[in-house]
Design a binder for this molecule. Structure first.
Ligand SMILES: [Zn+2]
Length: 112
């Protein structure tokens, strides 16, 4: 459990660091005043990309936080849907996973 917590905290740190970098980079892109149309197009693509990236990171951060709460509540390692114990391999690869593989698949197919 301690190893999972450390992994999660490390992941959280990584996300926050990357998020911080993106935010700084996005602000710099905003401050570029004079630019031709080609530059503008590239820039807005970049900003859009960064925006969606940080959305993903925000979601991830939430999942990591929830996993940390589940460790505190002794619910960590159990699927939030069927409450089965999750595979150790899955938890090691994705310690913030909320669902077991079969529930995850159902979720992705829109069956949940
Ligand atoms: Zn499940």
């Amino acid at each position: 459990m301690k190893a999972y917590r450390e992994k999660l905290l490390q992941k959280k740190h990584e996300i926050l660091e990357a998020y911080q970098k993106n935010k700084t980079y996005g602000m710099q892109a905003d401050e570029d005043g004079a630019q031709d149309i080609a530059d503008k197009a590239t820039n807005s693509y970049t900003k859009e990309f960064l925006f969606s990236l940080s959305n993903t990171e925000r979601d991830m951060l939430q999942q990591v936080d929830e996993a940390l709460h589940r460790i505190d509540d002794h619910r960590f390692g159990y699927c939030v849907v069927c409450e089965d114990e999750m595979e150790r391999k899955r938890l090691e690869a994705v310690p913030w996973a909320q669902r077991c593989v079969s529930c995850q698949e159902k979720q992705e197919q829109g069956l949940l």
